[in-house]
Design a protein around this ligand. Structure first.
Ligand code: TUI
Length: 310
């Protein structure tokens, strides 16, 4: 399937894997790229040197294009950007902030920049700054989220900019893919479905929580702090929301989540860990290889998009 995004990046299928903190390491990113999508290494809060090693390890597993996601709340983001350029990565996505300050450096190095946006104003600003495309991420997503839903955000962003739009948030199968294209997207990005991929290093306990999740099992913590984060409900989210209701300060809340994503992903702590996942978790029912996931979605989407009768 050819779209402006497959042409821009030289990939086979218009499917990105989200740059998820702790989850999107070299095994997952390489498997998605090897399957024809765009695998993305999530730099998150990792030191720049670790990101360099992740890029090199991924390259040993695939010679197809691989992206890096730079999380802009990380004070090391400029250092990570330098590493990405030095390692010859050709596509970067950014999240949780405004990448304007890094844009010129990337453009001069020939790196394609694709910021995540949660609203139309930010999408237009990114286009003016020279972004090659934008990822319009709805509030259905896991992790750090904006307010607008994918259904409302994607067509409004698609109307507001000329550059290609990648839809993210709430997409987990071929129906979601087809819907995103109907809304004006040129590609999709998925996170939750890839968390449970066979190649994903996420602890089996965390995977099981996603596989058993129902539609209503996610919760948003951190609304009171201005950093809303979607995750699967557990003892920690209940405690967090109780403290927020009682007006707890940032410091007390941060105590509860310090290292909690790592402990969920690596140690499988599903009681006190942060189980970031999107609302689509309820739809994700089996662990499959990245190749199976992408092929299944593309087959279903192509059938739906070509169908003559409804
Ligand atoms: O970044 C994400 N999702 C994330 S980052 C993350 S790491 C983290 N861990 C613990 C607590 C908090 C974060 C986990 N999930 N998605 C991309 C995204 N970007 N969603 C929303 C935005 C966004 C928000 C505001 C992008 C731009 C923006 O603009 C603000 C500005 O500076 O103008």
């Amino acid at each position: 399937m050819k779209t402006r995004i497959t042409e821009l990046l030289g990939i086979e299928y218009p499917v990105f894997q989200g740059g998820m903190a702790w989850v999107a390491e070299h095994h997952l990113a390489a498997a998605v790229s090897e399957a024809g999508g765009l695998g993305i290494i999530g730099a998150a809060s990792a030191p720049a040197q670790v990101v360099r090693e992740e890029i090199r390890k991924a390259r040993k597993l695939t010679d197809k294009p691989i992206g890096v996601n730079i999380m802009l709340m990380n004070p090391n983001a400029p250092e990570v950007a330098k590493v990405v350029i030095e390692e010859g990565v050709k596509v970067v996505t950014t999240g949780a902030g405004n990448p304007a300050k890094l844009m010129q450096e990337f453009k001069e190095a020939g790196v394609k920049v694709i910021p995540v946006v949660a609203g139309v104003a930010m999408a237009k600003m990114m286009e003016r700054c020279g972004a090659d495309a934008v990822i319009a991420e709805g509030t259905e997503s896991g992790g750090h989220i904006g307010a607008a839903t994918t259904m409302c955000l994607v067509p409004q962003v698609a109307d507001a900019v000329q550059i290609p739009v990648i839809a993210a948030g709430g997409i987990g199968d071929g129906r979601g893919f087809a819907a995103a294209f109907m809304l004006g997207a040129d590609a999709v990005q998925m996170g939750t479905r890839f968390v449970v991929a066979k190649e994903s290093i996420v602890h089996p306990n965390y995977k099981e929580k996603i596989l058993k999740a129902k539609d209503v099992d996610s919760e948003v913590t951190g609304r009171s702090t201005g950093h809303p984060v979607r995750q699967i409900r557990n003892q920690m989210t209940r405690e967090y929301l109780r403290l927020e209701k009682e007006g707890a300060g940032l410091e007390e809340l941060e105590q509860l989540t310090l290292g909690s994503l790592r402990s969920a992903v690596i140690d499988g702590d599903v009681v006190k860990g942060t189980l970031m996942a999107g609302q689509i978790a309820g739809l994700v029912k089996k662990e499959q290889s990245c190749k199976e996931i992408i092929h299944e979605i593309m087959e279903e989407a192509e059938f739906l998009l070509n169908r003559k009768e409804w």
